[in-house]
Every structure is written in structure tokens, then in C-alpha cells.
Design a protein around this ligand. Structure first.
Ligand SMILES: C[S@@+](CC[C@H](N)C(=O)[O-])C[C@H]1O[C@@H](n2cnc3c(N)ncnc32)[C@H](O)[C@@H]1O
Ligand SMILES: [Zn+2]
Length: 341
């Protein structure tokens, strides 16, 4: 299946209506459950219903299993990301490169016959590329980002977008051969509880790919930069999103001109060791990717950061085998639920 997006960025808005005129992929029907009571569901005109009469409807091309936010913090987080992924709704060619970085430690060949879920999919920028390697793909998010995800995944017949909180996902435990959760858990008020919910989705032999913010174990330049960003965040998380979006553009432009472009050139001329400038990741990438990430870092109400030794017990308690841990200004972790027998 070709999930590439070619040279042109895509930005397709949703159209209202029930499942976009297409059926829910059979492999996904089997893993959907009632978001309220977790029982199995059957099709009902324009939605799905369980024996107890709880109904989840298809709205604007996604399955709506959203429940009211648990608390003000969850509500604020979902509002913030709803704004982010509808304001920055397009998938760009560089997103495929970012996706490769996330999936660098995953054996893509083993995914072919698996049902996958991307928990906290946002606008679906990574879901889209993963969908090309799996049998079927659930893209789940609790925010208005799902409207952008529907537009970005509309042409992929093996995918279904679901709006639901991570706290009440309308899917079967042990239902998935691949679970990705990229940049989500560190925005929750209780990331470990979120991790446990996500880990429960893995079938025996299933693979989990997590990305979490890291923090340096020792003092240094990065620790200082993170401390300054944390100070700035105290004001910016309270700012109106439109204003913050403009401010992030200005800040990203300054960082791009003073650090990214000089770093790119010093690398080209082999001077990188003499002058190791930060933000390497953005070298050779368009300014828009730094703009989005600047907005993302300054807007999300909650931000946790980890060193690997703090996370290790999470995986042990969940009975997962850790296959790789890569730190590149964030932790990319691959783990597996051991196969039965
Ligand atoms: C930083 S974004 C990452 C999006 C996507 N994984 C990516 O990397 O492009 C975090 C996403 O998690 C979602 N999210 C945060 N808290 C959630 C919750 N409690 N339930 C469901 N989704 C949640 C947000 O709506 C947001 O789209
Ligand atoms: Zn029910």
C-alpha cells in the first residue's frame, strides 16, 4: 500500500456525514468495544451499539466515543491540541522523514498482518505512514485533532479515526499487534496510568513504540535551555492560542536564523565539532517544522520529562520486554509483550 504524500503537502478538511461512505475495515470491527461498558458492539444505523444500549456514532468521518474530560487539566490539554492540529493541519513531505526517525528501531516487515493503533494520533501525520505497513490502523485521539486526521487519512481504506479519551478507549484489550503512542503520555496528569492503559492494548507478541520527552541526567547547555523554556511556559500556556501561534512564529524564526542555519552550514564545512550548535534536528528542514514544535512546546499545559531509569519499572510491571531505548533529545522506546507459550 502506498501511503506516501509526494511533493505536495496535503490539507483536506472533513465533510460531514457517516463513515465517509465506506465500511469500517473488518479487522477493526473485531477490536471495537463499547467505550462506556467495554462490551462488544454491533452496527446500528450511523453508529455502533452494545447490548446495554450505549451508542457510539460516526460523525464527520470518525467514530465518536468521546466522554467528558475527567478534570480541568484534561479539558485544557484537549483544547490546546485541538487548536494545534487544526491550525497546523497539513502533512508535509518532511513528516515522512520524522516518521522514519520514530520507527527506526521497528521491524516493519513483521507488521504486515497486524492490526495497529496510534494512541494520541493528533492530525495523523505519523499514522498515515504507519498505515502503509499494517493490515489495519486505528487512529485515536481525544481532541478536535480527529477532524484533521480524518482529512489526512481519508484515502486509506484500512484506517479508522476514533475520537476517545485515553482513559476510556473503545477497543479490546490485547487487540493490537502494534501500539504507537508518540509524544502523548508526557502530557497527561498521570503518565504512568496512561502507560498502563496503552500497554494493555498489546496482544501477545505485540510491539509497543513510545516516544517521551527526556531530560538530561547532568547539568549543561540542554538543561539550561529546558529550564528557560519551563520558565517561559509558565506564561505561554495561559496565552490565547492565536497570539501564541504568532509569537511562536517569531521565536522560531529567531532560533532558525541564529542556530539552525549556522549549524547546518558549520556541519557542511566540517566545523560542527568546534561549534556544536543545538537544534540539529531541524537542520535542512523547513522553518515550519520548528514553528509547529515551538508552538507545541509552549502551549501544552502539562509537560513531564524523564530519564530512562525512571521508566524502566513501568515496563517491568506491565510484563513487557524492552527491545530498544534510543535517546535523541527524547526517548524512543520499543517494547514487546512476550508471546504466549
Ligand atoms: C503532542 S500531540 C502528538 C500527536 C501525534 N502523536 C504526533 O506525534 O503528531 C499529543 C496528542 O495526544 C492527544 N491527547 C492528549 N491527552 C489525551 C487524552 N487524555 N486522551 C486522548 N488523547 C489525548 C492530544 O489531543 C494530541 O493530539
Ligand atoms: Zn455499553
Amino acid at each position: 500500500m502506498n501511503s506516501g504524500i509526494g511533493d505536495k503537502s496535503i490539507s483536506r478538511k472533513t465533510t460531514p456525514g457517516t463513515p465517509d461512505g465506506r465500511a469500517v475495515p473488518a479487522a477493526i470491527s473485531g477490536v471495537l468495544r463499547c467505550g462506556t461498558c467495554a462490551e462488544s458492539v454491533r452496527p446500528l444505523d450511523g453508529g455502533l451499539a452494545c447490548e446495554q444500549g450505549h451508542i457510539m456514532r460516526f460523525v464527520g468521518g470518525y467514530l465518536d466515543a468521546a466522554s467528558p474530560p475527567r478534570d480541568a487539566q484534561e479539558a485544557q490539554t484537549l483544547r490546546s491540541f485541538g487548536y494545534e492540529w487544526t491550525a497546523f493541519d497539513a502533512i508535509h513531505p518532511e513528516d515522512e522523514e520524522f516518521w522514519r526517525r520514530y520507527f527506526a528501531d521497528i521491524d516493519l516487515d513483521e507488521l504486515r498482518d497486524r492490526v495497529a493503533i496510534d494512541v494520541g494520533c493528533g492530525k495523523g501525520r505519523y499514522t498515515r505512514f504507519t498505515a502503509g505497513h499494517v493490515k489495519a490502523m486505528v487512529a485515536l485521539d481525544g481532541s478536535a485533532a480527529v477532524t484533521s486526521a480524518v482529512g489526512n487519512l481519508r484515502d486509506l481504506p484500512n484506517s479508522l479515526v476514533v475520537k476517545a479519551s485515553l482513559n476510556s478507549m473503545p477497543v479490546a484489550p490485547a487487540g493490537f499487534g502494534l501500539v504507537s503512542c508518540l509524544g502523548v503520555l508526557h502530557h497527561l496528569s498521570d503518565p504512568r496510568a496512561g502507560f498502563e492503559r496503552v500497554a494493555r492494548l498489546l496482544e501477545p507478541g505485540g510491539v509497543l513504540l513510545l516516544y517521551l520527552y527526556s531530560r538530561p541526567a547532568a547539568p549543561g547547555l540542554r538543561a539550561m535551555a529546558l529550564a528557560s523554556a519551563a520558565l517561559l511556559r509558565r506564561c505561554t500556556v495561559r496565552m490565547p492560542h492565536g497570539l501564541l501561534r504568532t509569537m511562536s512564529a517569531a521565536l522560531a524564526l529567531v532560533l532558525y536564523c541564529t542556530l539552525v542555519v549556522p549549524g547546518h552550514h558549520s556541519e557542511r564545512y566540517g566545523l560542527d565539532r568546534l561549534l556544536p550548535l543545538p537544534l540539529r534536528f531541524y537542520r535542512g528542514k523547513p522553518l515550519r517544522s520548528l514553528w509547529l514544535d515551538t508552538f507545541d512546546r509552549l502551549s501544552a499545559p502539562i509537560e513531564h520529562r524523564y530519564v530512562w531509569r525512571e521508566l524502566r519499572p513501568w515496563f517491568d510491571s506491565a510484563g513487557l520486554t524492552v527491545e530498544s531505548v534510543r535517546e535523541e533529545s527524547g526517548l524512543f522506546i520499543v517494547a514487546r509483550r512476550p508471546a504466549e507459550g
